[in-house]
Design a protein around this ligand. Sequence first.
Ligand code: FAD
Length: 523
Amino acid sequence: MTILSNVLKIKNFVKTLLIKDNISLVVRRTLGSNGNFDYDLAVIGGGSGGLACAKEAVNQGAKVAVLDYVTPSPQGTKWGLGGTCVNVGCIPKKLMHQAAILGESIHEAVSYGWQVPQLENIKIDWAALTQSVQNHIKSVNWVTRVDLRDKKIEYINGLGEFKDPHTLIATLKNGSKKELTARNIVIAVGGRPHYPDIPGAVEYCISSDDVFSLSHPPGKTLVVGAGYIGLECAGFLNSLGYPATVLVRSVPLRGFDQQMARTVTNEMEERGVKFHHRCVPLGVEKLTSGQLKASWLNTETKEQFEDVFDTVLMATGRYALTKSLNLEAAGVNTLSENGKIVAETEQTNVPHIYAVGDVLEGRPELTPVAIHAGRLLARRMFAAAAQQMDYENVATTVFTPLEYGCVGMSEERAIERYGADNVEVYHAYYKPTEFFIPQRNIKNCYLKAVAAREPPQKVLGLHFVGPVAGEVIQGFAAAVKCGITMEQLMNTIGIHPTVAEEFTRLNITKRSGRDPNPASCCS
Ligand code: FAD
């Protein structure tokens, strides 16, 4: 036993030396022949993907510079280092969602016996909320900056563009220019909110870039767009006490499972969010009162509508920030329709220029996707690694008042791919235990598993609408990645009483037509 373990130890030691040697060889090869370049790697964009790539590259011994610059929004909002997620995306969104949940919890607490004086007077202090959110963001900006300094990554607070395939020009805040050369370049510039081409959009409307630091309470708000950003914003605003109306051009949450999307919007409607379906905005006008008169068209009935709002928030998609990069000078191709970059393995058509994150065509626009792709790319560039990013089965969550988490295929996608006869859908409504006492609405607590019909019924997708959906789906996402089957899911013992255990209790197929409503909580 001891001899065997010693042999194994020696084997591992030799292996480590070989790997280290191999890496240093690669680094030497890359750096040693670096010759005339200032850096081994220059990253344009200090957001999720760019920073992850830069940090991993220095871990592998590369000399790295990161350029990051935030062009103010049309309303003048700007922010610090770290990109969309930290400043105007995932983080402030989740904090506002949490603020909304806490407000509801105060009311629920009363039903559990908490004595809350003057419950009817409870309301959010918008200024205090935004201040807390912004303080947190600023602390993250600071930590990010310190981290770059500690790792000896050169941070250049400048707007980058190509001069030639290996040379970048950074325009700094004071207008001065700085030139740098790099052997490899990663484009990680992300995207920004798109504004529809209608009167008043750019002048008077805000976007998700502005809402988390808005200097005044948003009041009655029109949200144009029913993608996940639109629904999340409408959801937390409404729950914070600002009545929200949503204009839906086609369907809500396009690309997601549509039954689940309807479940999410049903819940929002039941909580007071108004939806206008098949409607596109026509214009936004500023009244002398300072309020905004918005008009829109129902594209089916051709009827026109108008209403007055305090805030109009555009959530009509995002565009890739590639236009200002002067990519022609480097010979990098982009798609004419959306400016995105096609890069199968994050490598553009110019071999030493790569791209990660939201700027990529056909990839999920999510922070963990950008981070993982960036990290793997750095290892391939500087550590002779071969692992490619796997964009399949990426889990995500929509943080609407009742959250929606999913991984894998929607029911529609599975049927489109395999045919209805080859797909089995297990589904159930359920009652979260914690909903009973406050008598919360359980109508929309619903989940389903989309599976291959053929035994052992490989799971193709899992969908969950309910509390803490993100936490629920994260663990199951690992199981789906490992190829879990319905048989294995049904043989998994649940943790009782949780909402996640509902996946292990699934046993009714849609095909059977049996009632998916729960009989009782514990049987
Ligand atoms: P970014 O993080 O956008 O970083 C790009 C950086 O490059 C920016 O700082 C930009 O200013 C800078 N830049 C651009 N052009 C230049 C240039 N020429 N020179 C120098 N710098 C430049 N994802 C999730 O996973 N979960 C969520 O819950 C979630 N919620 C979101 C909510 C909202 C409201 C939004 C808008 C997004 C959300 N996302 C979420 C998406 C997530 O934020 C993005 O997928 C992620 O930030 C993409 O990272 P990236 O590195 O591609 O780009």
